[in-house]
Design a protein around this ligand. Sequence first.
Ligand SMILES: Cc1ncc(COP(=O)(O)O)c(C=O)c1O
Length: 381
Amino acid sequence: MIIPNQRHLFDIPDDVAYLNTAYMSPLMYDVTAAMQAGTASKVRPWTFTPDDFFSISEKARALAAQVFHTEAQNIAIINSVSYGIQTATNNLPITAGQEILVLDAQFPSNIYPWRDLAAQRGAAVRTLSYPKDGGTWSDAVLGAITENTAIIATAHMHWANGEVLDLMAVRAAADKIGAALVLDLTQSLGALPFDAQAVRPDFAVAASYKWMMGPYTSAFLYVDPKWHDGRPMEFNWMNRKGSENFSKLTDYVDDYQPGALRYDMGEKANPALLGGVSAALTQVLDWGVENIAESLRVKTNHLAGQLTAMGLRPMAAAIRSPHYLGVAFPKAPPEDILARLAAENIYVSIRGDFMRVTPHLFVSDNDMARFIERIKAHLGA
Ligand SMILES: Cc1ncc(COP(=O)(O)O)c(C=O)c1O
C-alpha cells in the first residue's frame, strides 16, 4: 500500500525540503509529546513508580521486537551501535589467525570494536573492496568467506550508497563454515523489511534515531538465543533476576533476567527516551515497514529518473534499497554543494563518493521538484 504524505505528523515548515533521513529523522509531534510526558514524570518523581521502570522498558522492547521480526526476549535495550557491536565482540569466539570480514568504508562503529578484538586475539580484520567486474557487495562477501572466517560484520545495505546485501545467502555461506554474522541495521531497520527469524544473525544492532524515527541515544540489540548466556557489557543491577523487587536489591544474585535482557544497558528505563522510542515505533508499525518501503520506493524511483536525466548516476533500482538513493557524479560537484542547497532549505548528505538522497513519508512532490531544480542549477546540468 502506498502511504499518502504524512507531513501533518511532523513540524516541518513548508519551505524545507528534508531529504536526509539517513542523517537523522525528524521527531513527530506524538514522539515529542511522549518525550515531554516522560520528562514530566521526573519533574514529579512520585508519579513514576518502580513498576514503571519495567513497564516502559518492556513496552519499547516488545515494539522493537516486532520491527526485527523476533520475540521480545531476543532484544536488549542499549544506547548506541558501538555498544551493541562491543557486546558482540565480548562474546563471539575467534582465535589467532582467523578473520573478521568487513566492507570497505563501513560505518566506524562496526569497525573499531573489531579492530580491537583482532588485535587482542592475533586475528585480522579483512576489508573487502567493491568488486570492479560488475559484481555486487553480496558477491564480494560470498567470494571472501573461507574456512578461516570467524565473523562477518556487515549491514543489510551499505550506508554510503544504499546497496542491499543478500543476507540469506551470506547466512547460508556462514553456516557452512560455522562463522558468526553480526549486522548493523541502523540505516535500514524501520524502512527496509528485515526478518531476524529468517536471517538468524548472531547479533544485530540498530540505532533508533534514523529509520525507527526515535530519539538519539537509544538503540536495540538482537541477540540470537545461542548467545543468551554470554557476558554483558555492564554488571547492572536491573539485569539481575528479581530486580523488580526494590526492597530485596541487596540480596545479591548471580542469575540474570531471561534472554537478551542481561545485555540491557544501565539506566535503560529513561522515561523521556523510551517514551519517544515507543511512540515512534508504534507509528512505524502502524504504517507497516513493507508499506513504508513501497512508498519510499516511489519517491526514490522518481528522483532517480530525474537525476539520471540530468546525467548523474543513481544506484540501479535492482540492487539498491527502496528507501535509500545513493547518487554518483560523473564529474565532482562543487565543494560547497551541500552548503548551497542548505542555504535554500534543501537537505541531503554526502558519504564517500555518493550523495545520499533519503526522503521519508513527510517529503512532498514540491520538495522533490525543488531539490531537482536546484541541484540542476548548481551543477549547471
Ligand atoms: C550505518 C550506521 N551505523 C551506526 C551509526 C551510529 O553509530 P553509533 O550509535 O555508534 O553512534 C550510524 C550513524 O550515522 C550509521 O550511519
